[in-house]
Design a protein around this ligand. Sequence first.
Ligand SMILES: *[C@@H]1O[C@H](CO)[C@@H](O)[C@H](O)[C@H]1NC(C)=O
Ligand SMILES: *[C@@H]1O[C@H](CO)[C@@H](O)[C@H](O)[C@H]1NC(C)=O
Ligand SMILES: *[C@@H]1O[C@H](CO)[C@@H](O)[C@H](O)[C@H]1NC(C)=O
Length: 978
Amino acid sequence: MQNLFPTTMGPQLEQVLTALALWCLVISTRQTPTSACIAAERDALAAFNSSITDPHGRLSSWQGENCCDWSGVTCHKKTGHVIQLDFAEYALQGEINPSLAGLTKLIYLNLSQNDFGGASIPEFIGSFKVLRYLDLSSASFGGPVPPQLGNLTRLQYLNLSDSYLATIHNFRWVSKLTSLRYLDLSWLYLAASVDWLQAVNMLPLLQVLRFNDASLHATDLNCLPRVNFTTLKHLGLKSNSNLNSYLPSWIWNLSSLSELDLSGCGLSGRIPYELGKLTSLKFLSLADNKLEGVVPRSVSSLCNSVHIDLSGNLLSGDITETAKSLLSCVKQLQILDLANNHLTGSLSGWLEQMTSLRVIDLSKNSLSGDIPANMGKLSNLTHLDISFNSFKGTISEIHFANLSRLYTLVLSSNTLKIEIGNSWVPPFQLRELGMHACLVGPQFPTWLQSQSRIEMIDLGSTGITGVLPGWIWNFSSSITSLNVSKNNITGTLPASLEHLTMLTTLNMRYNQLEGSIPDLPTSVQVLDLSYNYLSGSLPRSFGNNELYYLLLSNNYLSGVIPTELCNMVLMEAIDLSNNHLSGEVPNCWNKISNLYIIDFSNNNFWGEIPSTIGSLNSLITLHLGKNNFSGTLPTSLQSFNMLVFLDLGENNLSGNIPKWIGEGLRTLQFLRLRSNQFSGEIPQELSQLNVLQCLDLSDNKLSGPVPHFLENYAAMHMGNNQEWGTSTPFISFKVYGVGGAYFSVYNDALQMTYKGRTLTFTKPEYVMSIDLSANQFTGEIPSGLGFLTGLRSFNLSRNHIGGSIPDELGRMAYLESLDLSWNDLSGTIPQSLVSLEYLSYLSLAGKIPMRGQFLTFDEEVYLGNVNLCGYPLETICLLDSDKHRHHKLHQHFDTITYLCMLLGFASGFSIVSVILISSAAARKTYFQFTDVILDKLCAAVWLKLHINWMSAGRDLSTRTEIQNSITCYHFEEPSTAI
Ligand SMILES: *[C@@H]1O[C@H](CO)[C@@H](O)[C@H](O)[C@H]1NC(C)=O
Ligand SMILES: *[C@@H]1O[C@H](CO)[C@@H](O)[C@H](O)[C@H]1NC(C)=O
Ligand SMILES: *[C@@H]1O[C@H](CO)[C@@H](O)[C@H](O)[C@H]1NC(C)=O
């Protein structure tokens, strides 16, 4: 080492000396033209540096005397004053030192994309008298913007955008910035500013005005008498959904306007003809408003337009008119988005002429006709979406002849037949393909094999039959989403899909797949294989903890739930219902934080309900019904504070109904504990379930009186559930797919005894019910239950309830099903029940009123209470004043009963399969059966009944009445995808 030292010293020293010389040269050449930095300003900058943190070392050059050399700092060449500070994207943090106010000659200040942690914009910025450019965007400033900025009378550019913590209450200071050409206040919180438009109108030189997504409150944009900023080029007010105005007339005077974005502003009214005055317009978006009427023909004057977006409005009229107007002048149109309107007409005669188009979205309109074959000429087209219309006809190879740049193709939900030969090689490489509900099958499209970059495929409901070709599982490593649900796909899945490393969504719901569930790729997030014939056990591994939705219901899966399932900590929904799974449910649920749905119903699980399920406090619906769970309910379940659905019915659970159900589960709407071994009285605490609308405790060992507090269930009072529309499902989770299509991953349903049968309801509005049947309740029917005026079904049958039927039950105006049979009731049936217009199922005792729909109930309905009397029973009530009418009515009734019985026996079903209901109820009844066969059966019964009546030669009026009174239940698939 020692003797090496002198030899190595030489070259090292040489290097250092050359570097030094070079450095001196650099310094001297730089210094010559630039003036030295002014000491006071250097001190101000140094102070600024000392109070700021600089995690990325962007200010590391801030050393030495000459601050004009520091990064981000520019000085005036002659005077040496700092005139520009540009710290854009420096990621600085901390406080801005007020010493910066010393830079009095500052012309340009850019602090955008830093993080000042919600601090206020410093007031001293208002003292930079000669400032012309001020950009404080995306810098996490908050609080009120200081009115001192109004002193910057020379300011031409002001950008405070993306400061969502900042507000402006009063715009008076803005109106003083009369030199402004550019003003961007997008993404501030401006809800309190009432004078923004008047203030902005004081800025006559304005060219760019952007107040996008700034929470502007309702403003009448028409309030300006005369517009001052006539040279405006860009106007952006998008996503101020509360504006709620008409399109203001002053806009049409802005003849220099090239960019107009008023999307999502709550605008209503029509698009006026004056739109055509904006001849400089290149970009026009009026999307997502409430605009109605036709698109004015004056669009023919928008000769320079490149991008037109009128999607998401209520526009009507023939698209051909609009298109032809556009074609008369527009030559550069690249993007045309008219999706989500009420447009009619076809694509013929115009589409092929829009050769400059890159993107066209006409989805969700009422367009019809064939798809013109010369569409294939649009060689620049990259995105084509015509889904959700009424197009028909056939699509073949010619339609795509020159579409070599196409990467999104969405034809879903049209009556289109896709006829493409097996040997076709498409000119394009798609990323997204949507053909949902088009006729593609029976064969899986072979041309897809060439699409090596495809990411999303939706071929749900496309008539694909048979075994899928093996190449599907290998052809594209880029695939993220595959939906082939609702086809007739048979065969098995490959043993492993682990090689599809981008796959996030696999939906093969409603097919006929057999075999077992494959090993999944680590990327999978949504797996829906429900409604198939899959068997075997659940996989041990469900990917890399990314899984959100695991939907395997209605298969033949067996074995236990592996504890590994609990490692899926992001899981939001698990549906394993209707399988043959068994064993104890593992007690490991405390790791998952956002689980909303658990459905394990109709399996063979046994043992106690695992206590850790109680730690899933985001749970909305819990179905453990139809299993063999036993023991008492774990008290941990009381911490569910979002639970709406609790179904533990048809198990072997025992003990008292816990008090904490009432104290803890305040959001509960549907409580089903039927067919268990629960005993004791109904606890008083259940009275706290304020939003409960279905209480099913039937078939337990409950005793004591029917509690009076039931009458306080507000949700069962008429008018308190108006928010349930006929189309509101209970709880439904959707996943969005290609284009605007989505598929339901879970639709909640409730099984209930209704009108004497077990029905599955998928919509909540009819589930307004109390079922306490088949217990050991005693006492009398509380008359206050008549206050439950919204109740549709009430069942107290098979108990030991005595006394008489309270008159007040006649107030339950919406009651359709009332069952009080097999009790110890006495007395007469209150005449008030006759006024129940919807009542179509009745089972009780006593004198039967001889009016309305009571005539249509058959004799069985009245069995079970000993002290009953009156028609149609043999026992005649004393003091019956209606006796003289009996003979005629009896005949009438017999015929119907006879027919029903005949049909019931003939079709091998019990008589219950025909229910006669009043016509009012028939109109209002939309519930669904569990069994698809019932649909067909009902149709058959209806037909037979009809024929029988015809041949029986009844008079026409009676026949019509009877036909009206038969309801045929409409079966919908439990999941209505799309
Ligand atoms: C700056 O503005 C504030 C408030 O608007 C005002 O009180 C102050 O006098 C102004 N300063 C100058 C130098 O104009
Ligand atoms: C137009 O701007 C000028 C100058 O800022 C102002 O004096 C005038 O009041 C404005 N006009 C309207 C109608 O606001
Ligand atoms: C298609 O796009 C190219 C640029 O990508 C453009 O040069 C050409 O003019 C376009 N074709 C038509 C017909 O507009």
